[in-house]
Ligand binder design. Structure first.
Ligand SMILES: [Zn+2]
Length: 379
């Protein structure tokens, strides 16, 4: 039986814990029960994992990657040009973050303009108005409210900072977990344990974007990749980590490495949900590891990788929406309206095509924003 690499307790059926080597929130699937005991697992960084997960939440959502926990979290923090806050549901549906209630005095009363996101919310807002205006007729106002689904013809802006101490701690944990998973000797990383536990800060994780990709990328792939190198002669142990084929980091695990030469690679294809083989060319000198700093010169490289990623995400979203439209139309026309017909007639086919064409045209105009009603009250 292996031991917990932190407290050295022997791992048994009753105290072992399953640890995702790459966060499951990021779509990571590789896991091991041979790393940490339950207690150490919980001491190590659920908060830092949360920070890292949040940094990649938008990318995970728009790529619609699968993970063990199925639901796609709501992504907050989107902004329209005028500052209106927007949330993103299901990775593709923008929705106002808050309802809008505006009022202004007019002759003989107050005019309210309400944009609510659903019927229930509209009811609540109208009830709050009724408190100030007892004669106000909620039912009448509800009747006059329009349920409007409109396409969003402007981009949503997100701001996301990548990196920082907590995120780096989580990334270091991925590197260390992988090292132990590949049967590395825990003695070589023992100095990093306080850092993992959040007891000190260490400068061992850097943004790292080599000018040339260190492995051959397939044209439309999105992968997570871990590449671990131990070099006996230069006494270095380091780990290259790349998330979503776009954000890459270098973790210096030891400059006093005392083990054999090792080189291990793990790669996971996120769009096809399978482990893949990638041959990585990366040999870093000891001096390079010591002197590496994050450089702003890397920015165009990161931007290019992000653009590539967004393009792939967009294609996937379009595909997903088109499938949904076809499925809906088919359900509505063939499985519901004409469910008793044995043969598909020309009329049925036309209705189906019409339905699909209308929705697809709508789709290509832009994304959707769901609002419930604009209404005016003269009370
Ligand atoms: Zn332990």
């Amino acid at each position: 039986m292996p031991n917990c690499y932190n407290c050295k307790t022997e791992l048994t059926e009753s105290n072992k814990s399953k640890e995702h080597i790459i966060l499951n929130a990021l779509g990571g699937r590789l896991k091991s029960s041979d790393l940490l005991c339950i207690k150490c697992n919980s001491d190590m960084g659920s908060s830092c994992d949360g920070v890292l997960a949040k940094q990649f939440a938008l990318i995970s959502a728009i790529l619609d990657i699968s993970r063990e926990r199925k639901e796609i979290p709501i992504i907050k923090g989107g902004k329209l040009k005028d500052g209106t806050e927007v949330n993103l549901l299901n990775g593709n549906t923008p929705r106002l973050a808050n309802p809008k209630l505006e009022s202004r005095k007019i002759e003989g009363g107050v005019e309210y303009k309400i944009v609510a996101r659903d019927e229930k919310e509209m009811q609540q807002l109208l009830s709050s108005i009724k408190k100030n205006h007892p004669l106000f007729d909620i039912d009448k106002a509800m009747d006059s409210a329009k349920n409007k689904k409109s396409s969003l013809k402007q981009p949503i802006t997100y701001q996301q900072v990548f990196g920082g101490v907590e995120a780096f701690r989580s990334i270091a944990k991925t590197a260390i977990n992988y090292y132990i998973y590949r049967k590395g000797n825990p003695e070589n990383i023992v100095e990093l344990i306080p850092f993992l536990l959040g007891k000190n800060e260490m400068d061992i994780v850097k943004h790292f974007h080599p000018n040339k990709s260190i492995y051959k990328k397939e044209s439309n792939e999105v992968i997570h990749l871990i590449h671990l190198v131990g070099n006996k002669h230069s006494k270095t142990l380091y780990c290259y980590i790349e998330f979503f084929s776009s954000h890459s980091y270098l973790v210096t695990l030891s400059l006093d490495y005392n083990g054999p030469n090792i080189s291990h690679t793990y790669a996971y294809d996120l769009l096809n949900n399978k482990e893949v083989t990638r041959v990585v060319q990366l040999k870093l000198k000891r001096d390079f590891l010591i002197n590496l700093n994050t450089s702003f010169d890397d920015f165009p490289i990161v931007q290019e990788k992000m653009n590539r990623l967004l393009k792939i995400a967009h294609q996937r979203q379009l595909q997903k929406e088109q499938n949904r439209i076809i499925e809906n139309a088919s359900n509505e026309i063939f499985a519901t309206k004409y469910k008793n017909e044995k043969v598909i007639s020309e009329i049925m086919m036309h209705e189906f095509i019409d339905k699909v064409a209308t929705e697809i045209a709508y789709l290509w105009h832009g994304e959707r924003v769901q609002t419930f009603g604009d209404m005016i009250d003269n009370n």
